[in-house]
Design a protein around this ligand. Structure first.
Ligand SMILES: *Cc1c(COP(=O)(O)O)cnc(C)c1O
Length: 377
C-alpha cells in the first residue's frame, strides 16, 4: 500500500520544539506562561486585532464570545448553516436557539439576503437575535461589507468564526477583525496548529480581559479561591502556545503553499467541463486552506463527487465531501432555517481534495493522476 496522503495534516516549521524546550527548561508546564503571552502578541501583530486571548480550542473561543455578548437560554443567535458543527454547538452550550442561514453562490458563505430576511422575520416574531456568527469557510472571505452593514443597521453584534481563515484578508484587513470579536482555531488540521487550541481576538479590551478571567475558572482576587462567576477551564497551555509561536513563523509560507496547491489543481482540471472551484472573491486574499471542487454529474458525463472520492480512497488518498449544512443535521434540523437550498446543493456536489502545505510534488502528482483517470473515462 502506498503512503497515505492526508487532506490536511500538521506541518511543523522547525522552531516549535525550541519554544517547547524552553518551556520545559524553565518548568513553565502550565496553562499560563511566557509562550502564551508571546503567542498572543504574535496573533495581535499578525491580525491587527488589538487584543488576543489564547484558548484551549476554537470552540471554547466561540462559547466565550457568546457569553461576552450576554447570550442566555432562550435567546436566538443567527449563524451560517454551511459550517463545521462547532460554530452551532457553541450556541447550544448557552441553551440559545440557533437560526441558520443558507449560503450564497459566490463565496459559499452566509447569504446577506437571507440574513436580512431572517432578522426581519425573527423581529416580527417578537425576538431580536442576540448575535450573528459569520463563518469564513475554507479560508474564503464572506460578503463582509454587506453583512457588516446589515448587522450595524439592526444593531446586532457580529462574531466572525475565522477558524479556517487565519492568513486570509478582505480589502487588506484580516478576517476575524470586522466584527466585535473573531475566533481562530489551531486544531491539527488547520493552517497552523498548536496540536489543539484556539483564540479570541478583538479590539475591545474588556472582552479579552473577561475572556481570560472566565477561561481560568473565574477566580476573584483573593488569597483563597473565591468565585463570583461561573468559570471555565479554557486557557491554552504554555506547551501548546510554544508550538504556536513556532508555527507563526511559517504561517505566510503555509498560506503560499496552500495557494500553490489550489493553482496546481485548477490548472490541471481546467479542461474538464463540470469541475468548478471555490473562487477567490474580489478585493480579498484567501488562504485556500482546503481546495474545494464541485462535480456536476450533468456535465461530467455522469461522474459524481463520490466516484472521485472512492477512486482516491482506493489509492490511499484522503478526500472529503464539503461540510454537511447544519440545517440538514439531525441535531439541528428542527431549528429555523432561511435559505433556498444553495448549501445543500454545494454539499451534494462538493469535494475537498488534499491541500496540506506539506504535500510534495509527488503527492500532488499521485492525486492528479487519479483525478485525470476518473474524469477522462
Ligand atoms: C475547526 C473549526 C472550529 C472549531 O475549532 P476547534 O479548535 O477545533 O474547536 C470552529 N469553526 C469552524 C468553521 C472550524 O472549521
Amino acid at each position: 500500500m502506498k503512503d497515505k496522503i492526508w487532506l490536511s495534516s500538521p506541518h511543523m516549521g522547525g522552531d516549535e520544539i525550541k519554544f517547547v524546550q524552553e518551556a520545559f527548561d524553565t518548568n513553565w508546564v502550565a496553562p499560563l506562561g511566557p509562550n502564551v503571552n508571546g503567542f498572543e502578541e504574535d496573533l495581535q501583530n499578525y491580525t491587527g486585532a488589538k487584543y488576543a486571548a489564547a484558548l484551549s480550542s476554537g470552540t471554547a473561543a466561540l462559547h466565550l464570545s457568546l457569553i461576552m455578548l450576554g447570550v442566555q437560554p432562550g435567546d436566538e443567535v443567527i449563524c451560517s448553516s454551511f459550517t463545521f458543527s462547532a460554530t452551532i454547538n457553541a450556541i447550544r452550550y448557552q441553551f440559545a436557539t440557533p437560526i441558520t442561514i443558507d449560503s450564497e453562490e459566490e463565496t459559499w458563505n452566509m447569504s446577506p439576503k437571507f440574513l436580512e430576511e431572517a432578522i426581519k422575520d425573527r423581529i416580527a416574531n417578537g425576538k431580536k437575535p442576540k448575535a450573528v456568527v459569520l463563518v469564513h469557510l475554507y479560508g474564503v472571505s464572506a460578503k463582509i461589507d454587506e453583512i457588516v452593514e446589515i448587522c450595524n443597521r439592526y444593531e446586532i453584534p457580529l462574531i466572525e468564526d475565522a477558524a479556517e481563515a487565519l492568513g486570509a484578508t478582505y480589502k487588506g484587513k484580516a478576517l476575524g477583525t470586522f466584527g466585535v470579536m473573531g475566533i481562530l482555531s489551531f486544531n491539527g488540521n488547520k493552517i497552523i496548529t498548536t496540536s489543539g487550541g484556539g483564540a479570541l481576538i478583538s479590539d475591545n479590551e474588556e472582552y479579552i480581559t473577561k475572556a481570560r478571567f472566565l477561561a481560568t475558572q473565574a477566580r476573584d482576587n483573593a488569597p483563597h479561591y473565591q468565585h463570583t462567576h461561573v468559570g471555565y477551564n479554557y486557557r491554552m497551555s504554555n506547551i501548546c502556545a510554544g508550538i504556536g509561536r513556532g508555527q507563526m513563523k511559517v504561517l505566510d509560507e503555509h498560506v503560499a503553499l496552500r495557494r500553490k496547491n489550489y493553482a496546481f489543481y485548477k490548472e490541471e482540471l481546467a479542461k474538464y467541463e463540470g469541475i468548478t472551484f471555490l473562487e477567490e472573491p474580489e478585493n480579498s486574499f484567501a488562504n485556500m486552506w482546503l481546495t474545494c471542487i464541485l462535480v456536476d454529474p450533468a456535465k461530467t458525463g455522469g461522474i459524481t463527487r463520490d466516484d472521485i472520492r472512492l477512486a482516491l480512497e482506493a489509492e490511499n488518498i484522503e478526500s472529503r465531501p464539503l461540510w454537511k449544512p447544519m440545517h440538514l443535521q439531525p441535531a439541528y434540523e428542527a431549528h429555523p432555517f432561511y435559505g433556498d437550498g444553495t448549501s445543500e446543493r454545494l454539499f451534494n456536489m462538493g469535494l475537498c481534495i488534499p491541500s496540506g502545505s506539506n504535500l510534495s510534488d509527488e503527492d500532488r502528482n499521485r492525486v492528479i493522476t487519479v483525478l485525470h483517470a476518473v474524469l477522462s473515462k
